[in-house]
Design a binder for this molecule. Structure first.
Ligand code: TXE
Length: 501
């Protein structure tokens, strides 16, 4: 199925050099489509993390980095974008081998990643301070925006480089240096990225990539005294641990966590477009995306017909080798993820849900070595059931019906999560009413799973803290300094406070 290649040995990237882990230990990286080991990833430890932070701090304080003008930083980021574009196919192949997602999906991601670096390259020299108007005109008060220092980026396995890019493009443009820790399941593409980054001309130590397990390396990174900010994408429980760790040093965090996003289809929608949007929302990437539209709400008057058609379509989805252009759905990324999917489908049926499609692994012997699970649609679901409240992170859609707009808003918002939501309707007024009423960081109307560097992204409620992307994200990697200059020769009474307004 997937071509056999020699097993690759990776090294970490610290202080501009590719280095072995201090303990000489490695983690096996397995191809989820074949079950074959294809790479060895360094299993870093405390010593490696310390080295990476020291290198990042040293670089941050160096003349070479600190005196680099924002325009020149922007130029380097543009050069990086060009280099990434040239290497898109190689990076996409690496990610597919590592997490089993379709090659065409990963190539699509690699082709858009450069635009994030270009967007923030353009912003690097447009960060301005302000002049504060004071009543006391002899005092000149202005603000400076300065970088934070070293930013720790901890990323998940589902879209490793895209997630890292959301963080690093803005953090670098703001003038910070970076320690990146990718998921232990999909570290290869971040190390391949480091090779490309190394050629671009950033000072050594601007980016450092330390690999290893979350409970060890990730834990040490998130509470490291040299981390000036921690930006994290992953599961909600880990996100909480990271926030607690960072709080021990009063370090700020941005958290991008899970979701249980509603996809809402009204009877007046273009139903063909809605069906494609629902399928894309839950079965593309095997449902392994934080924005998966895993709760489908269909208006009752069209529900039977819409669901029948959806079920037919789900049963036709082609599973297989993620490298093949004909494949529509690849495997789960890890054995643990596959077990989680199976566990949740069992919980759902125990609670009364009915399997309308899938609900098991495929019986095709061609797929037996991979971590495949059939596209699954569950009917007879109530929103209070665990399958409708907890994130599965797999190709499992819960279907519910509704009668009124008010009812569906309540159901959609009845969730601890609030990352994204989809609305399908041709009623313009309703679409805007719904967009305001839904508790979600992103609301898509008559579309799903789209994004752009300029469009802010992040979660309400337990889906996260802070926003990535967009203009504001660069300020999240900066701090503001207020400068007050007395321009008169007046000598002050040292024992009184002077207000300036
Ligand atoms: O994520 P983890 P996992 C959800 C999804 C999935 C669940 C678990 O529901 O089933 O999370 O996935 C690092 N201190 N999402 O186990 O553990 C880890 O090494 C510091 C949603 O893969 O949260 C990795 O680099 N770091 C999500 C990163 O955290 C720690 C995407 C994420 O891993 C750590 C992925 C610790 N104690 C999963 N423990 C999304 N929002 O897109 C682990 N890590």
């Amino acid at each position: 199925m997937v071509q056999k290649t020699a097993i690759k040995h990776y090294q970490m990237y610290i202080g501009g050099e590719f280095v072995d882990p201090s303990n000489s230990e490695y983690i096996e990286s397995t191809n989820p489509a074949t079950g074959e080991i294809w790479a060895y990833i360094p299993k870093g430890g405390k010593e490696d993390v310390d080295r990476a932070f020291k290198a990042a701090r040293q670089c941050y304080e160096s003349e070479e980095w600190s005196s680099l003008s924002p325009t020149k930083r922007g130029k380097l980021l543009r050069k990086l974008a060009e280099a990434l574009e040239k290497n898109a196919e190689h990076l996409a192949r690496t990610e597919t081998q590592d997490n089993g997602k379709l090659y065409k999906e990963m190539l699509g991601q690699m082709m858009i990643i450069p635009s994030w670096y270009e967007y923030y390259a353009g912003l690097a020299d447009k960060v301005e301070g302000t002049v504060i108007p004071l009543d006391r005109q002899s005092v000149f008060n202005y603000t400076l925006r300065e970088p934070l220092g070293v930013v720790a980026c901890i990323t998940a396995w589902n879209s490793p480089l895209l997630i890292a890019t959301f963080k690093m493009a803005a953090a670098l443009a703001a003038g910070n240096t970076i320690v990146l820790k990718p998921s232990e399941f999909t570290s290869a593409s971040s190390l391949e990225f480091a090779r490309i980054f190394n050629e671009v001309g950033f000072p050594p130590g601007t980016l450092n990539v330390v690999t290893g397990y979350g409970h060890s390396v990730g834990d040490i990174i998130s509470k490291h005294s040299l981390a000036n900010k921690v930006t994290f994408t992953g599961g909600p429980e880990t996100g909480r641990k990271v926030a607690v760790n960072a709080a021990s040093n009063l370090t700020g965090v941005t958290l991008e966590l899970g979701g249980k996003s509603p996809n809402i289809v009204f009877a007046d929608a273009n139903l063909d477009a809605a069906e494609a949007g629902v399928i894309s929302g839950i079965f593309a990437a095997s449902g392994q995306t934080c924005i998966a539209g895993s709760r489908l709400f269909v208006e009752r008057s069209i529900a039977d017909e819409f669901i029948d058609s959806l079920v037919r379509r789900a049963k036709e989805i082609r599973l297989g080798n993620p490298m093949s252009p004909d494949t529509q759905m690849g495997p789960a990324a890890t054995p643990a993820q596959l077990m989680k999917i199976e566990k949740y489908v069992n919980i759902a049926t125990d609670e009364g849900a009915r399997v309308l499609a899938g609900g098991e692994r495929p019986c095709d012997p061609e797929l037996s070595k991979g971590l495949f699970y059939l596209p699954t649609i569950l009917g007879n679901v109530r929103n209070s059931m665990r399958i409708a409240q907890e994130e599965v992170f797999g190709p499992v859609l819960s279907v519910m019906t509704f009668d009124t707009e008010e009812e569906v808003v309540k159901l959609a918002n009845d969730s601890e999560f609030g990352l994204a939501a989809g609305i399908w309707t041709n009623d313009l007024n309703r679409s805007h009413r719904m967009a305001r009423a839904l508790e979600a960081g992103t609301v898509w109307v008559n579309t799903y799973r789209t994004s752009a560097p300029g469009s802010p992204f992040g979660g309400y409620k337990n889906s996260g803290l802070g926003r990535e992307m967009g203009i504001d994200a660069i300020y999240d990697f900066m701090q503001t300094k207020s400068v007050l200059v007395e321009l008169s020769d007046e000598i002050r009474d040292p024992f009184t406070v002077r207000t300036l307004n």
